[in-house]
Write a protein that binds this ligand. Structure first.
Ligand SMILES: [Zn+2]
Length: 510
């Protein structure tokens, strides 16, 4: 890995606070062996390190690589045939999705993220997402091998559940309400995907061990969501995470039904239940948190628990709008995730950041809203905390050189008021397409929008070939099960009293 100088019209070192970022105009970064050595004026850096190769023509904006802190797969559910539905029935129709080779799907996913300036991702992989001829370890290996080949940095979390596999109710009780044939097929599916806690922890330690030599990979534990995990599983996960000094990633209170499940089961929110069993803490990041109450937010803030905001996903699946302003007011660390398919059904992180910066603009002159700087902070420095890579997200000496260069042509032409703050310019007008160069750990993995080490066309060809295969018997059966199951799932949730107490946002209430 050679040393290099990364040059920009603007080098954004860090977000300072809600209203400002530290920016060096006509600046440069010198990195050696993937480690940032110095940041300063280009002229000074050039003189001092006169033999280093220069990346960038001095016309771009240089930023810390963007961090997508909650993500699952490459081909989106829409690409695989599902329109957006509310989360619970959407999970049922997602069953119909055909299998996609984990290596090719992840590679497809990684290349899109790199094109959009994402250098690190929290990839949440499900234990049940594997072809029948593979072990769980092999499916994880394929995902991680793809990230290694792509050059990205990844926090890999292995999602697991041990209850309520179909709806938010005991499996046997729900299955007993279904026609016999459908219940039988679902029951077989659930049995085949079941894993004991010991087997789950063995997978975790095997995968951690296999990739322990790669500093660009962190392996996390991941209970799927509170209603999908027994207390015993959650408690064991907490202990194992502590023992291995690693992070835990969970979905939490994504929909009103998940919150209501908490009231039905424990007389309190799922988050309050997690607090009761001692599950909260600095090692925990919670995806979504759309239905957190004021007291939930206090508990999250006091325990140092993090939240990953998925604005697009929450809109697409009718989950709602997470009360991010209330969380940041209390000092909660909020990161941003695309959750596999943003608003444009792609991996455009700048678009996702723009959505975050607009959707929380509560009405009223003095009402709170996230500034461009705070959203950039969520997508960089806060992402580094959620993914447990503490030496990225800020461009400063000693950190790893995860850096992107964004073209300003589209952003500033034909005219942009010269007094405009560049972070505002980026958040108002920047698109994934403007990302010109992506560098991870000092390695240039995309330059002038061309991949340096991967043949993108070849990956797409292989992916198309894989997907041109006829559906297997198992895939056809899954489609049939999904089609028959959907009306029962929709009917099941109709019985739930839809109450919305303690709303935190008041967009149209007056
Ligand atoms: Zn998710």
């Amino acid at each position: 890995m050679p040393s290099s100088i990364i040059r920009g019209k603007y080098v954004v070192k860090r977000v300072i606070d809600k209203w400002s970022s530290e920016i060096v105009t006509d600046g440069a970064v010198f990195q050696d062996n993937g480690s940032i050595v110095e940041v300063g004026k280009y002229q000074d850096i050039r003189l001092k390190y006169d033999r280093a190769q220069v990346i960038g023509d001095g016309k771009q904006i240089v930023l810390p690589g963007l961090i997508n802190s909650h993500h699952h797969v490459g081909l989106t559910p829409f690409q695989l045939g599902n329109i957006d539905l509310p989360l619970e029935p959407w999970i049922a129709i997602r069953l119909a999705n055909r299998d996609v080779d984990n290596y090719l799907d992840t590679m497809y996913c990684a290349l899109q993220m790199i094109e959009n300036g994402i250098t690190t991702v929290m990839h949440n992989h499900a234990t049940w997402r594997k072809p029948s001829n593979q072990s769980f370890q092999e499916s994880a290996r394929d995902v991680l091998k793809a990230y290694q080949d792509s050059g990205m940095r990844v926090a890999f979390s292995f999602s697991h559940r041990d209850q309520n596999h179909v709806v938010y109710e005991d499996d046997n009780r729900f299955l007993s309400t279904l026609p016999k044939d459908l219940a039988c097929k679902l029951s077989n599916r659930i049995s085949n995907s079941k894993l004991s806690p010991d087997a789950y922890f063995t997978i975790f330690s095997d995968v951690s061990h296999a990739f322990s030599n790669d500093p660009k990979i962190n392996v996390f534990l991941s209970p799927g969501n509170v209603q999908w995990c027994s207390d015993s599983l959650l408690e064991q996960i907490k202990l194992v995470a502590k023992k291995h000094n690693t992070g835990i990633h969970i979905h939490l209170q994504e929909t009103i039904y998940q919150k209501l499940y908490g009231y039905k089961t424990w007389g309190k929110t799922p988050l309050a239940h997690l607090a009761d069993i001692g599950f909260l803490g600095k090692e925990l990041s919670c995806a979504h948190g759309v239905w957190l109450t004021k007291s939930d937010i206090d508990m999250i803030a006091n325990s140092g628990t993090m939240v990953v905001h998925n604005a697009s996903s929450n809109l697409r699946l009718k989950s709602g709008i997470a009360p991010i302003n209330r969380m940041t007011d209390k000092g909660v660390i909020v990161a941003i995730g695309i959750d596999e398919a943003g608003l444009n059904d792609d991996k455009d992180m700048l678009q996702e950041m723009r959505l975050v910066s607009k959707i929380h603009r509560e009405p009223g002159i003095s009402s709170p809203y996230p500034t461009s700087h705070s959203v950039l902070h969520m997508a960089t420095a806060n992402g580094s905390k959620a993914t447990f890579f503490d030496d990225i997200g800020v461009i400063e000496a000693g950190n790893r050189a995860d850096i992107i260069l964004v073209d300003l042509d589209h952003i500033t032409n034909p005219y942009l008021d010269p007094d405009t703050n560049m972070i505002d310019a980026l958040l108002y007008r920047g698109r994934g397409l403007d990302v010109n160069t992506t560098i991870v750990d000092g390695n240039v993995i995309m330059k002038d929008r061309t991949f340096t080490g991967v043949d993108k066309e070849q990956i797409w060809r292989e992916l198309r070939k894989w997907l041109s295969k006829d559906l297997t018997q198992e895939e056809l059966e899954r489609k049939e099960v999904s089609r028959k199951l959907l009306p029962f799932v929709e009917e099941y949730y109709k019985k739930w009293d839809f109450i919305s107490d303690d709303p935190l946002y008041f967009f149209n209430q007056g």
